[in-house]
Design a protein around this ligand. Structure first.
Ligand code: ZN
Length: 200
């Protein structure tokens, strides 16, 4: 049985009943992939701390009835805020290595501006895909397009909270928001209207 080994950052975990765990990983060799820990409570609990979202780790897996994670070893915290991990889990294509993005993450150079450019959505001079008028300071993952603050406001709050990347919030603020449990995408959160800045 062939085993695969790669470095990875854990992006998301899903509870799977009592004993299984299912994880979404951004791996160096295979890009984004999902894998389960074996259905053994003992193994799952042994591996779980190494697979917590935000962890940079070495992972070993096999392909048997889907992807089975058979070993995981934590190296360190990858230093990405939870909002960034979650959005990467949503937007990265399955099974497609992204070496430039990978280097950005492990060298601590990750920013949404650079990451979107690497993934093929250059935010430079992006215009809102909904109104076509104002600058697109937000990236709406579900539509794979840039939106302005006014158009983002019109989205259902569940989408604003979960599927929008703000290009003008530095990652450090996102980290602080992680700690304080705040986000500008909270239902009544302070999304700024940037159209005045742009002289519109
Ligand atoms: Zn707009």
């Amino acid at each position: 049985m062939q085993e695969y080994v790669t470095a990875a950052v854990s992006l998301r975990k899903y509870p799977q009943g009592d004993s299984d765990g299912r994880y979404v990983l951004f791996t160096e060799r295979f890009g984004k992939m999902a894998g389960r820990t074996k259905s053994s409570r003992k193994i799952t609990s042994k591996l779980a701390p190494h697979l917590e979202p935000g962890t940079l780790l070495k992972v070993r897996f096999v392909e048997v009835h889907g992807t089975q994670i058979i070993d995981a070893l934590k190296e360190r915290n990858a230093g990405l805020p939870f909002t960034a991990l979650d959005r990467l889990a949503m937007m990265l294509p399955d099974g497609q290595p992204e070496p430039e993005l990978w280097r950005m993450v492990i060298e601590g150079r990750f920013s949404w501006h650079a990451a979107l450019a690497v993934l093929g959505w250059d935010p430079e001079d992006a215009v809102c895909g909904a109104c076509g008028i104002r600058p697109g300071a937000y990236f709406y993952i579900s539509r794979q397009d840039f939106f302005c603050a006014s158009c983002v406001r019109k989205l259902p709050s569940i989408m604003r909270q979960n599927a929008v990347i703000s290009l003008h919030v530095p990652l450090q603020s996102e980290r602080n928001m992680d700690e304080q449990g705040k986000s500008e995408f909270a239902p009544n959160g302070p999304i700024q209207d940037r159209s005045e800045d742009a002289g519109i």
